[in-house]
Design a protein around this ligand. Structure first.
Ligand SMILES: CC(C)(COP(=O)(O)OP(=O)(O)OC[C@H]1O[C@@H](n2cnc3c(N)ncnc32)[C@H](O)[C@@H]1OP(=O)(O)O)[C@@H](O)C(=O)NCCC(=O)NCCSC(=O)C[C@H](O)C(=O)O
Ligand SMILES: [Mg+2]
Length: 274
């Protein structure tokens, strides 16, 4: 499954051995080993060692490594680990400038976290960077920096979330939605997944085993959606065979972009099933 079709990306604190073991079995489309905010300063070294051991194992999915930000005391050693252990990608927190991606060694794809006001404003330049594979929204840090009030509908953050999607999509990169902190609120989690999907995010970052399958469902393609896409394509083929340039399906206009979208839906459906 390519990163274009990651529905769930599971954060795992790299100092939590049990979580590292468990993460291999949970069905997330990708796993993100965290050396940053989920790991206390005095545990960074242990976390690095455990991340190295985890990356040496065979995983059923791609594994990303979130390093500490440039300018922190841990950044260089985190990068050395990344160079040696070769994760499938490196996640850089609190990116505010594309220049921060330039000096990074290695050849792994970079995932830039957009979680500060400046990061949001510069998201287009960051997404345009050649090594950026995608943008990840970080609403815990962003909400704090913006001094927003908590809002179950994320209204104070909608502009920023859409900016992340817009910047990533403009440059053909993958936008991943932020985490939902309440791991015991399945309804709220699903609601936020649906909102993220409506906004254009490709998938969601998650923090707990209970969030993996719901994210896979909400960002995946249902049997009914696949059937709908097939029927639209059939209506299109029929119209084209009759020499018409446009078609209607269920009473609505169908043009080439709807056909492209239906093909994308079916490709995602096939990849998710496999
Ligand atoms: C949120 C948690 C601290 C909850 O922990 P806990 O209450 O201990 O969970 P449970 O007892 O329900 O756990 C049940 C079992 O599941 C395993 N587990 C828990 N979380 C994970 C995980 N992320 N990956 C794999 N396995 C996990 C437990 O070990 C239990 O296993 P078992 O012993 O077999 O029963 C905790 O879930 C957690 O630490 N989550 C990750 C937190 C994290 O990574 N935070 C950093 C990213 S969030 C962020 O801030 C993004 C961004 O930067 C921003 O600014 O927004
Ligand atoms: Mg953060």
């Amino acid at each position: 499954m390519t990163s274009l079709t990651w529905r769930s990306v599971l954060y795992v604190p790299a100092d939590n051995l049990r979580a590292l073991e468990k993460a291999q079995t949970l069905g997330a489309d990708a796993v993100l080993l965290d050396l940053e905010d989920a790991v206390a300063p005095e545990r960074k070294r242990d976390a690095r060692g455990q991340a190295a051991a985890a990356l040496a194992q065979a995983w059923p999915c791609p594994v990303l490594l979130r390093v500490n930000a440039p300018g922190t005391p841990w950044h260089h050693e985190d990068l050395e680990l990344a160079l040696a252990a070769r994760p499938d990608g490196v996640v850089l927190p609190k990116v505010e400038d594309p220049q921060q991606l330039h000096p990074l060694p290695g050849e792994w794809p970079l995932w830039a976290m957009i979680e500060t006001p400046l990061g949001v404003l510069r998201a287009p330049e960051i997404a345009a960077h050649g090594r950026a594979a995608g943008l990840i929204a970080g609403t815990n840090d962003l909400a704090r920096a913006l001094r927003t009030r908590p809002d179950p509908e994320r209204r104070p953050l909608l502009h920023a979330l859409s900016s992340v999607v817009l910047a990533a999509r403009a440059h053909g990169k993958v936008p991943l939605d932020a985490v939902y902190n309440n791991v015991r609120d399945p309804e709220g989690f699903r609601r936020e997944c649906r909102q993220g999907r409506d906004l254009g995010f490709a998938g969601k970052t998650v923090i707990h085993p209970l969030q993996v399958e719901p994210a896979n469902q909400e960002f995946g393609v249902t049997d009914a959606e696949a059937e709908q896409a097939r029927a639209l394509l059939a209506a299109w083929e029929e119209a084209r065979a009759q020499g018409r340039s446009v078609a209607t399906f269920s009473g609505a206009l169908v043009e080439q972009m709807h056909v492209d979208e239906a093909r994308e839906v079916l490709a995602l459906y096939t990849r998710s099933a496999g």
